[in-house]
Write a protein that binds this ligand. Structure first.
Ligand SMILES: C[S@@+](CC[C@H](N)C(=O)[O-])C[C@H]1O[C@@H](n2cnc3c(N)ncnc32)[C@H](O)[C@@H]1O
Length: 354
């Protein structure tokens, strides 16, 4: 068979197959199968559709439930977290309070042991500081006007007690007592600026008739002691003059306002010396001590040099003059003259007649 005839036969095959009785059966089966395939395809599509729907529903329900569960779990966790941190806070506070109470109890017991026979080795920093404060010019005794300025201070430190400073009282008080050798027992003495010193009480105890005059209350009493709380400038003249006045570390403060008395015009120190002279019998004595060195004035006190000291005691006869200089925190030595940190001590005499 030629090629052209074979191609023509092949092209006519679909038509020929329909017309050819040999293929009638085949064609029927094909038609039936096609229907079956069609029907089954349809059924499968329906099944797949409903399956998809079911899956969607199941997944949707599951997702909703999961979200709800997660939200619930989250809320529960947050609640739990809050409860735990509240508990932590409560517990922390209680533990802190308990620790503080225990520490306090321990410390109080320690203080009690210290107060009933403690040793230097028991001193801690806080107790040392308390003791130093208590002994200072701002401490509890000072607040009750019972502080006496000691010539020698003692310093407390942790596990240590040591010598602090030696101040000018170490030489001023013996100078006063020595100078009073010129004044017989029973004489009338005025201690001007008497606070912070037991000198007036001591002299009364020794047998002098003493008046203690100060802006501040003098805390001691004695049958031979009269105390007056007043500024010298406004103190009324006493009925009887004095045989001697003491002015220990006082006139350098007068009129500067340091003791709350209000500031006066310059020259208040010289006026005070004149007033003291007026309170004495003719030829009466004044024992005076002042800071000495280079001239200076600050809010607390004056420091006199030679010229200012001479001006201060103008009108008095100088019977005795001694200068003691501070060499270091603990040492004072007598010197002829000083331009450093010193104290001048004088025995003065009022004119024999006015
Ligand atoms: C350094 S203090 C005490 C000195 C004391 N004589 C001593 O030996 O420690 C000086 C005192 O002078 C007193 N004073 C200062 N100006 C005064 C004034 N115008 N009249 C009375 N007292 C005064 C103060 O009140 C203070 O107590």
């Amino acid at each position: 068979m030629g090629v052209a005839r074979r191609v023509g036969k092949l092209a006519a095959w679909p038509v020929r197959r329909l017309l050819d009785p040999r293929f009638a059966d085949v064609n029927r089966h094909v038609a039936i199968n096609r229907q079956v395939v069609h029907d089954e395809g349809q059924a499968t599509r329906v099944a797949v559709g409903s399956l998809t729907e079911n899956v969607d529903q199941v997944v949707g329900t599951y997702a909703a439930t999961s979200t709800e569960s997660l939200t619930f779990v989250g809320a529960e966790l947050r609640g739990l977290e809050r409860a735990v941190s509240g508990l932590e806070e409560q517990l922390g506070g209680r533990i802190d309070r308990l620790a503080a109470a225990t520490e306090e109890r321990g410390y109080v017991e320690r203080l009690n042991r210290l107060a009933r026979g403690g040793t230097i080795a028991d001193l801690d920093g806080a107790v040392a500081e308390l003791l130093n404060y208590g002994a200072s010019h701002r401490g509890f005794a000072a607040q009750a006007e019972l502080w006496l300025n000691p010539a020698i201070t003692v310093e407390h430190r942790e596990g240590e007690v040591r010598l602090g400073q030696v101040n000018e009282r170490i030489v001023e008080i013996p100078f006063v007592l020595r100078a009073l050798g010129r004044v017989p027992l029973g004489a009338r003495i005025l201690d001007f600026g008497s606070s912070e010193n037991a000198l007036a009480l001591s002299l009364a105890t020794l047998g002098y008739e003493v008046t203690a005059l100060d802006l501040r209350h003098y805390p001691f009493a004695h049958p031979s002691l009269t105390a007056a709380a007043s500024p010298l400038e406004r103190w009324p003249d006493p009925e009887e003059p004095f045989d001697a006045v003491l002015c220990v570390s006082t006139v350098e403060h007068v009129g500067l306002g340091w003791y709350g008395e209000g500031r006066a015009a310059s020259g208040a120190d010289r006026q005070a010396m004149e007033r003291l002279r007026g309170l004495l019998v003719a030829g009466g004595l004044c024992v005076l001590t002042v800071p000495y060195g280079s001239w200076s004035v600050d809010e607390v006190q004056r420091r006199y040099d030679r010229a200012h000291l001479d001006a201060l005691v103008a009108g008095w006869e100088v019977l005795e003059r001694l200068v003691a200089e501070r060499r270091d925190d603990r040492t004072w030595v007598p010197v002829e003259e000083s331009h450093g940190h010193a104290v001048a001590m004088l025995v003065l005499q009022a004119p024999a007649s006015a």
